[in-house]
Ligand binder design. Structure first.
Ligand code: GLN
Length: 491
């Protein structure tokens, strides 16, 4: 039955409907794969009993012909999503053994549509990171290795567990979140498909907040079609999140296979970085050529404020994080370190509960929001953000339907290889992705090729607000041309 783990979600849906196998069999196959892959450290909590119970229920519904669109499909859930009765920690010591009494809107919609929960997935602490190395549960292994090497590489982050688990065939899809690149960068590092939808497309209710004006949920999946199926269930208006938008959720799957003839695809000249590896440049050209041969028109565009995006992001995101993380004080949730008085209790709890990267962000955020520096840093960063957004608006106003860029400036790197002495080295991973969060736009990462060492590389497509459909249509053209990539099993 191990073959069941190599199906795409779309194939599994067919097999379940035709009763070729049951959801219980499909779920058991994935539970065994998870057990055999503990070396990857992708799952930080396995919920086999719950998974089997949900699978049995799905089988009954499928039998009666009233299974939902994801009936019986086993998924992994990033530990940033609150799951009722199941420990949720954001991979921070400060949440301890926090067990939510409520379910996030996004996950509740997946269960409404019949999906099965296999367990909770590792991520960078509070989603701060690009390598999954800041997690209090330790790093995650990328199922991909350099050819001829047995060095374990990072899967990217912060949704490293989600990407690793999907790539290693441990779950058929996973939830993820993206504040500056955390869906798209790990997808690119693992040859999976990840989409960050438009800000407001998915409810943020019940997702541990990092930077509320940038955070969006989205899926990591094995194919563009699978990502479309998952997003349809995850998306939608939610009165409990006032930033979620009341626009009907389209049938994203219908966009797959739609002609892209005549579409105008922008190539932003500012994304051609000095010192960019030749293979990234080559990949980008290949992507452009594939879209051109599918009938799209490629045009050079300019996004002049691109170079300010990363510095502005590292003001806005920490500012919001410092405010969001003020709630973890040892009184309300998880960890509590005693002190002689309440102030000391707060101090001891936060000193003990937060990791180094989180502390760095809280300090930067508090600094840029402080009375003397607010105008110089925070207000300025907000102005830059408006300009970045306007760059994209100008581009779309000229009739550009989507923008094509590399997803990351390099392939996956080794655990411990980056950011040790200089955190900016790690931050630079998101150079192509943060602009999209700053502008609130949808972005998809699709596997497109490999580097000289046999590691996967991805391309990113950026769309107009709420036009995820165009990204799915174009993404599928790239997927068809590049093919699918599966890592060789070593774990
Ligand atoms: N790597 C970026 C950061 O550390 C983005 C993380 C994310 O998207 N959650 O902030």
């Amino acid at each position: 039955m191990t073959d069941l783990t190599s199906l795409t979600l779309a194939e599994a849906r067919k097999g379940l409907a035709a009763k070729t196998f049951t959801s219980l069999e499909l779920t058991d196959a994935h539970l065994s794969a998870i057990e055999a892959a503990r070396a990857l450290n992708a799952f930080i909590l396995e919920t086999p009993d719950q998974a089997r119970a949900m699978a049995r229920e799905a089988d009954i519904k499928i039998g009666k012909g009233d299974g939902g669109p994801l009936a019986g499909i086993p998924l992994g859930i990033k530990d940033l999503f609150a799951t009722r009765g199941v420990r949720t920690t954001a991979c921070s010591k400060i949440l301890g053994n926090f067990v939510p009494t409520y379910e996030s809107t996004v996950t509740s919609q997946l269960w409404r549509d019949g999906a099965v929960m296999l367990g909770k997935l590792n991520n960078d602490e509070f989603a701060m990171g690009s390598s999954n190395e800041t997690s209090c549960f330790g790093p995650v292994g990328n199922p991909w290795r350099r050819e001829g090497s047995n060095t374990t590489l990072v899967p990217g982050g912060s949704s490293g567990g989600s990407a690793s688990a999907v790539a290693a065939l441990l779950c058929m899809g996973a939830t993820a979140t993206d504040t500056g690149g955390s869906i798209r960068q790990p997808a690119a590092f693992t040859a999976t498909v990840g989409i960050k939808p438009t800000y407001g497309r998915c409810s943020r209710w019940g997702i541990v907040a990092f930077a509320s004006s940038l955070d969006q949920a989205g899926p990591i999946a094995r194919s563009v079609r699978d990502a479309a199926m998952l997003l349809r269930s995850m998306a939608g208006h939610d009165p409990k999140d006032t930033t979620s938008v009341d626009i009907a959720v389209p049938d994203y799957e219908a966009a797959i296979g739609k002609s892209v003839k005549g579409m105008r695809i922008g190539i932003p000249k500012e994304y051609r970085l000095d010192g960019m590896p030749a293979e990234i440049e080559k990949l980008w050209e290949a992507g452009a050529a594939w879209l051109r041969s599918a009938g799209a028109e490629l045009v050079e565009v300019s996004l002049p404020h691109t170079k300010y995006a990363l510095p502005a992001y590292y003001i806005v995101a920490p500012a919001e994080a410092s405010s969001n993380l003020a709630r973890y004080d040892g009184v309300r949730y998880g960890l509590r370190e005693q002190g002689r008085n309440i102030t000391e209790l707060y101090e001891n709890t936060r000193a003990e509960g937060f990791g180094a990267e989180v502390k760095r962000r809280v300090m930067i955020g508090t600094y840029v929001l402080s009375a003397g520096y607010y105008d110089a840093y925070y207000l300025r960063a907000q102005k830059v953000r408006t300009l970045i957004k306007k760059d994209f608006e100008d581009c779309f106003a000229k009739g550009v339907d989507a923008i094509l860029t590399p997803a990351t400036p390099s392939a996956a790197f080794g655990i411990g290889e980056k950011g040790g002495a200089d955190p900016v080295e790690m931050y630079l991973n998101d150079i192509f992705t943060v602009t999209v969060n700053m502008a609130g736009l949808p972005g998809i990462a699709v596997p497109a090729g490999k580097d000289a060492q046999g590691l996967p590389l991805g391309l990113q497509l950026i769309g107009r607000p709420f036009d995820e459909e165009t990204l799915f249509s174009l993404g599928e053209v790239i997927e068809q041309a590049a093919g699918r990539f599966t890592p060789e099993r070593w774990w």
